[in-house]
Structures are given as structure tokens and as C-alpha cells.
Design a protein around this ligand. Sequence first.
Ligand SMILES: *[C@@H]1O[C@H](CO)[C@@H](O)[C@H](O)[C@H]1NC(C)=O
Ligand SMILES: *[C@@H]1O[C@H](CO)[C@@H](O)[C@H](O)[C@H]1NC(C)=O
Ligand SMILES: *[C@@H]1O[C@H](CO)[C@@H](O)[C@H](O)[C@H]1NC(C)=O
Length: 429
Amino acid sequence: MFFSATVLAAALVAPSFVSAAPLQRRSSIKMSSASVNLDTAVGAVYFITNEGDINTILAANINSDGTLVLDRAITTGGSGAHGLEDLEAPDPLFSQASIKASAEGEVLAAVNAGSNSITLFAIDPADPTNLQQIGNPASSEGEFPVSLAFNSKGDTLCVLNSGTVNGVNCFDVDKVAGLTGIPNSLRSLGLNQTNPATGLENTASQVLFSEDDTQLLVSVKGDAQNPGFIAVFDVQADGSLSDDFKQIPAPQGGALPFSMTLIPGTTAVVVPDPQIGFDIIDFVANTTTAVKIDGQKTTGWSSFSVKTGDFFLTDLDTSTITEVNVDENLKATIVNQFEQGAGTTTMDNDIATVGDTDFLYVLAPNATVIDIFEIIAAGKLQSVATLDLAGPAQDAGITLNAFNIQGLTTFVPVDANAQKVNSNVNTKL
Ligand SMILES: *[C@@H]1O[C@H](CO)[C@@H](O)[C@H](O)[C@H]1NC(C)=O
Ligand SMILES: *[C@@H]1O[C@H](CO)[C@@H](O)[C@H](O)[C@H]1NC(C)=O
Ligand SMILES: *[C@@H]1O[C@H](CO)[C@@H](O)[C@H](O)[C@H]1NC(C)=O
């Protein structure tokens, strides 16, 4: 009943090169052919190659049935990097949100961990794989940037640096001027790190705004002896940050706060923690609980499903997706677990809500695929397709290394249900 992504990928033809601004060496490569019917495209999924010479965003169209079609490769003008020490392993940045889209702002930003910069793009909501770079990459004002957060309007962007010079820094986002540093938003975390960062332990993981945009959160992994924490900065009306941060330590049993996903309507986050499973942390009340996932090894990434109200956590080493429910008293229960192929290394994930359907996208680098699921109901995840990344990248002449790829973010236009996106290739050129 669905179009297999691999069948569509087989229709790929040799790419044509489009030079948008040759003076700045920007390039966008078309990956799909005109014979691919994209009339039903409703959004896009993006991730970064994070290659050391040139970092490239791969953009795939989301069809109305959830399947993906790899459509474009867009260079960022910066370079990627791989954290220390094991270069021959996935998860190079030890982070979530190394690339992030804002549906409200219709913008996309990506980190360049090797050149300490951030690249901003405008997303065309009628053709969401069509990205236009805005300005030159902006300095992250630190080293080894690994994570990005937009505020709810998409007009402020903060970056998390995880190298020797670590901390946060925020920018005003403008569709014409690009990224302009916000005064008094460059704040240190004071971590004892290297450049590139040495992980997994003791690295910064993710930066995230609170639901009301008045606080900026940073998750920091510790180690078994020195548990990590959530750093909480106050965000002032002018966008500046408090000089110091409040520290919420990881709960007893936990130690390595990894990604953070907001629990809607609360001041709490679900925080995967490779030490135990996950933590529930209320960053205002300073109440914390660690929850064990039996048999877990490296639970690191997370997303929230509007349809079920459940959270989806991925474990790199066991290649397992764990569905978690959190009740109004912040009590968490494991709803179900879904084992993926052993050794596929399920990592970055995000959920696209299309009408009343939620699709879950999971980057599985060791298999160089994106696993695609429909979230049918609480406890019910249905596999839709598996998108091969290696074949189309090779056909288009793009370097894609399983150990370097990172990040995954979705974009669905805010008015997606009112206006059907027409992504027919013939209208783009
Ligand atoms: C920083 O970490 C290194 C390597 O673990 C250690 O040798 C050094 O003593 C640490 N420095 C401080 C100030 O803690
Ligand atoms: C939160 O509570 C812990 C002890 O449970 C304490 O060490 C820490 O300082 C508290 N943080 C804040 C911001 O109150
Ligand atoms: C990645 O795949 C290789 C070969 O298929 C396997 O030996 C290795 O254990 C996998 N890595 C992880 C972290 O699962």
C-alpha cells in the first residue's frame, strides 16, 4: 500500500549542479529526477554529513504516506568534525539537534563542528528541500558547536559549544541580515574539555528553550563518579542571558544527561541517560527521578509524539526504540520497546505531524538508513519504509560516512493542512 523508498531511489538520475552564488562557493545538488512524483510531498527531513572537508545537508521530501525521497544536497560552507576518541564509530558530536528546523520561522540552521560556525537557511514552505543560505556562516564564538535551539517564534537561535572553549551563545535570526550576535548571551559552562571534545562522558549534549522561552537549558553528561547536570540560564526580554546558570544535578542512579525533550505544559524534560535509561527533570522545582530501562546501553536521543502524548527514545548500542509515557505527576512508565536491526545504531530522531498522523524518523548510521514509522496509537509503531542513504549519495557523488553523519530534524509547514505542498520537480527549475 506504500511506495517503497528504495523503489523511488532507483529512479535517481545523475545530478545537475545548481550554482546559487558562485562567489561564495555555495552549491546545491539535485538528487531526485523529474520522474519521481512528488505531488504529495508535505514536508521535509534533514540531516548533516558532518564531513571534515565540507559539511553538507541532505534534504528529503516527506510524502503524505510518510515515505521519504532524497531530493537535494546543500553545502553549508563550513566543515564537520568527529569527537575523540574512537573515530571509527557513529555519534561524532555526542549531541542532539546539530541541525534544527523552525516551522514558525521557516528557517533551518546547522552546526559546522570543524569550523566553529553555524549556517542559516530559509526554507521554502512550498518546496521545503529548497534551502536558501542566508549570509555567511556565523562564528559560534566557541569550539566544537554541537547543538542548536530556536525559540518558539524562530527569531532567536542559540548554539552550544562543547570543545575547549565551551558554553552557549545566542543570535537574532533575520531572513535578510542572517545571524547577529545578541549582546550578553555568550556564557561559559566551564567544562574541562578538549577540541574536538572527548566523549561520550563529560560532554555537553543539547541546548533547548523552555516552553515559554524564558529559560535556556543545557544538558551536560558527567561520569559515574561525577554526575552531570542541567544548566539553566534565565533569558531576559532583550535576549541576553543571566551571568550564571542554576545547576540541576542528575538524579541518583543517573549520571549522563543526553538529549532533552520538553514535557508539554510543564517545566520538566525527559532526558535520556546512558547511565540508566532516562531521567525526568523539573528544572524549576528541581525535582529529579531516574528510570531504568532494562538492558539499555546508550540511550541518548528523544522526541515527542503529539498524537499519543508519548516520548520515543533511541539507544545506539542496542538499536532499540523505547516508548515512554509521563503522567501529570511526572511519573514515567515504559509503554513499549521496538528492537531494530542489531548494529544499525538508532540515534537522532524526530516526529513529523501531518494532519492527524505522526511519522517517526530515526537516523541509523551504521546501516546508513533512515528508519520510517507511523505512530498508530500508544504502544503501536508500524514500520513504513527504510530509506537507503548510501546508494543515492554515491550516485550523486556526495561523501557520506556512517561514522560522521549526525542530526535529524523535520519540517512541516504550519499551514500544511490548509495548503497542499506542490513539490513537483518541474516547477523548481
Ligand atoms: C582536565 O582534564 C584532564 C584530563 O582528564 C586532567 O588531566 C586535568 O587535571 C583536568 N583539569 C582540571 C582543571 O580539572
Ligand atoms: C537542586 O537540588 C540539589 C540537591 O538535590 C542541589 O545540589 C542543587 O544545588 C539544587 N539546585 C538548585 C538550582 O537549587
Ligand atoms: C556497526 O556495524 C559493524 C558491521 O556491520 C558491526 O561490527 C559493529 O558492531 C556495528 N557498530 C555498532 C556500534 O553497533
